[in-house]
Design a protein around this ligand. Structure first.
Ligand code: FAD
Length: 411
């Protein structure tokens, strides 16, 4: 009998799962990837065609194969520590998937270029926007983060242009030289968008409650040895602060982060999020040195200004021609919109710890229902596992999850 697997979401996470399923499967399998974007592998992160939007991770951190860390660098023909244009990563994933499919005589892969609008868990099937129903034996949710939600007050603007999704194709085209633009949010998305705008003579102001910018990548030496255990989040933060090089400290923590997170009580996890989330994010998710250098230059010439404050107040000041939302994912929206809404209403899926992602088994990523029981045939990969694992956003972790999931499903 042919096994039927469905993946909802054909960004990096979905393609990595598909790739490892194809390479591992010895039985006849049909693999359906439901993804509205024409090109697989892009998702939110790798769809930009701007050559100056670089990966935030050196090439040696982006391999599709955990046992061959230099694979992506070799494919891209670059040094292991190079930061490659982001769209090349999507091209890499597509080319690896195509090669695996060509070499497989058991797996048939099809890309359904559409959006999944509903999921039935039993019997398992997915309905797409045309009404077509796709039956499966297992379903992998690889939908990434919930998109940011626009705050209500942006709808008040009659004349100011509002860009809700700066990564949408041609989203910034209407903004021209001399325009004053306010970006809400000062994370990695802001850095890319602000530079793209400033290069064409736009005056950019970025604002966030904390006014904190991501730190820059830089080389570091040997990783320090980790203590045997951390009793509390404060102990982790104290340990980082007392290391000679915080980058090396974070590098040492990285492979242990999921384990440390799961060792904390829910209360301690909440304390970490309250105390340290923003500082963790800007140190952990860094920009390349070249991007940091250009950004500093733009700041020095006032082409880009970063402020701490209330975005709404600034937006309503009338000083800006356009407002661009560079805010992060809206976790609260994840289960209130299709395709997860009906599952959530039926108690088949529920929010993950601290409202991040969905509740899943820590090892397999299998969805847990409202009673905490595993839901047969329903799995997750990537940012949906953030509440359970905390570190579940970037390629190394997603790649490992994809390999493990493929082994579980077809290995
Ligand atoms: C701007 C940016 C830059 C980044 N740079 C890096 C980097 O350099 N290195 C790194 O390791 N990580 C980076 N990341 C982290 C990134 O989250 C991961 O690397 C990875 O791309 C996540 O992939 P994903 O497939 O889980 O999610 P996404 O990329 O968000 O893909 C999810 C896909 O699901 C699809 N989808 C959603 N809902 C449905 C539906 N109902 N039906 C069908 N399809 C659906 C979407 O269309 C999308 O294509 C970056 C993130 C961002 C936002």
């Amino acid at each position: 009998m042919t096994r039927r697997l469905i993946i909802i979401g054909g960004g990096a996470g979905g393609v990595l799962v598909a790739l490892h399923v194809v390479r591992n499967s010895r039985e006849l399998t049909t693999l359906t990837i439901i993804e509205p974007q024409q090109r697989l592998g892009e998702g939110v992160a790798y769809s930009t065609q701007d050559d100056t939007h670089l990966l935030n991770v050196p090439a040696e951190g982006m391999s599709a194969y955990s046992d061959d860390p230099q694979h992506f660098a070799a494919w891209a023909g670059c040094a292991p520590d190079a930061f490659v244009a982001r769209h090349r990563y999507a091209a890499y994933l597509r080319s690896e998937l195509a090669a695996a499919v060509a070499a497989s005589n058991t797996v048939h892969v099809q890309h359904v270029c559409d959006t999944a609008v509903a999921i039935s868990p039993d019997p398992l099937h997915v309905t797409i926007s045309t009404g077509t129903v796709i039956d499966g034996d297992a379903l992998i949710l690889a939908v990434g983060n919930a998109p940011p939600t626009s705050p209500d007050w942006v709808h008040n603007f009659a004349t100011t242009r509002v860009v809700n999704d700066p990564w949408a194709p041609r989203a910034l085209d209407a903004i021209g030289a001399g325009d004053q633009v306010l970006c809400i949010g000062t994370g990695l998305t802001f850095v890319d968008i602000a530079l793209s705008l400033a290069r064409r003579g736009v005056r950019v102001t970025g604002v966030s409650r904390h006014g904190l910018l991501p730190m820059a990548h830089a080389g570091f030496g040997a990783l320090p040895a980790l203590p045997a255990a951390f009793a509390t989040p404060r102990a982790v933060l104290h340990w980082i602060r007392t290391q000679p090089d915080w980058r090396a400290a974070l590098g040492a923590l990285r492979p242990a982060t999921q384990h440390i997170w799961q060792g904390f009580t829910p209360r301690q996890q909440a304390q970490f999020l309250r105390l340290a989330r923003r500082h963790w994010d800007i140190h952990r998710h860094r920009m390349s040195a070249a991007v940091a250098h250009e950004f500093a230059h733009m700041q020095a010439t006032d082409a880009i200004v970063v402020r701490r404050g209330d975005g709404r107040q600034l937006a309503e000041s009338g000083a800006f021609d356009a407002v661009v939302l560079c805010t992060g994912p809206d976790d609260a929206a994840l289960l209130t919109t299709p395709p997860l809404l009906a599952l959530a209403n039926a108690g088949v899926i529920c929010p993950g710890p601290h409202g991040m992602g969905v509740d899943t088994d820590a090892v397999s990523g299998q969805v847990k229902d409202v009673a905490g029981s595993p839901v047969a045939g329903l799995f997750t990969v990537g940012p949906l596992r953030r509440g359970t694992l905390w570190e579940s956003t970037a390629v190394p972790e997603i790649r490992d999850q994809a390999e493990q999931l493929a082994t579980l499903l077809v290995g």
